[in-house]
Design a protein around this ligand. Structure first.
Ligand code: PMT
Length: 219
């Protein structure tokens, strides 16, 4: 059995969704509430780690003993994550990062007209991919939120982003994924080994994910 103690480890966690402004009053966002990432940050702190949580907008309170950096956009999340990354021993990226943002942010509120409105979106940086390129000693954990072919897509992300393991998250059912207190995941490690878990609370799954982080850190 691996030790659950994370004393002496700096764990960087991302949570929530990024929001991408269109104008001063509107944005493009997603359904992440931050619950999964906050549960991980809280449990890591309880196990003795120094925890930095980079969080998108959420109604959740700061977990006890965790340093919280609040951001809004994917580019702000990238800045915060890259600043903390060199001194981190593990990174757990549970945030739902917007892959695209509006090409331009209007300075004033966009007025409606009789015409349809077309938005031009441009690619955001893939933060986790960048960490995978820069990684030295760090343990890198990604999530894959998918509505179909969950395991196949998760395996592709694991390889492409150079991760130690990935949390495959089927978000097609109402009791798992975005918003709710429960989740259903599969862990897939570098060797290809896949472990499925039944429906559990996000708190319990946070413990399981951190057990695996501790195991990789010990190697
Ligand atoms: O916050 P909750 O309401 O509790 O919901 C939890 C959750 C469903 C958001 C969470 O369990 C989850 O699955 N998080 C990942 C969501 C996601 O957007 O995954 P993805 O498959 O699009 O991204 C893959 C990985 O790359 C993720 O670790 C993501 O943080 C990272 N990524 C993605 C895009 C990008 N531009 N930069 C990234 O770093």
């Amino acid at each position: 059995l691996t030790s659950q103690n994370l004393t002496g480890q700096k764990i960087l966690v991302t949570a929530g969704g990024t929001i991408e402004p269109l104008d001063p009053v509107r944005y493009i966002g997603n359904r992440s509430t931050g619950r999964m990432g906050y549960a991980i940050a809280e449990e890591a702190a309880r196990r003795g780690a120094e925890v930095v949580l980079v969080s998108g907008p959420t109604v959740l309170e700061d977990p006890a003993g965790v340093r919280v950096i609040r951001i809004e956009t994917a580019r702000q999340m990238r800045e915060a994550v890259l600043a903390e990354f060199p001194t981190a021993s593990a990174v757990i990226k549970s945030a739902a990062v917007a892959d695209y943002r509006p090409a331009a942010v209007a300075e004033q509120k966009i007025k409606k007209s009789e015409d349809d409105l077309t938005l031009h979106l441009v690619r955001n940086p893939d933060i986790l991919y960048e960490l995978g390129q820069k990684k030295e000693h760090q343990v890198l954990v990604g999530f894959a939120a998918e509505t179909c072919k969950v395991e196949e897509y998760a395996r592709k992300k694991l390889a492409k982003k150079n991760l130690d393991f990935i949390v495959a998250n089927d978000v097609s059912e109402a009791d798992a994924g975005f918003g709710v207190e429960t989740n259903r995941i599969k862990l897939i490690d570098r060797s290809g080994r896949m472990t499925p878990y039944p429906l559990m609370s996000k708190k319990e799954l946070a413990g399981i994910i951190l057990d695996h982080v501790a195991e990789v850190l010990e190697k």
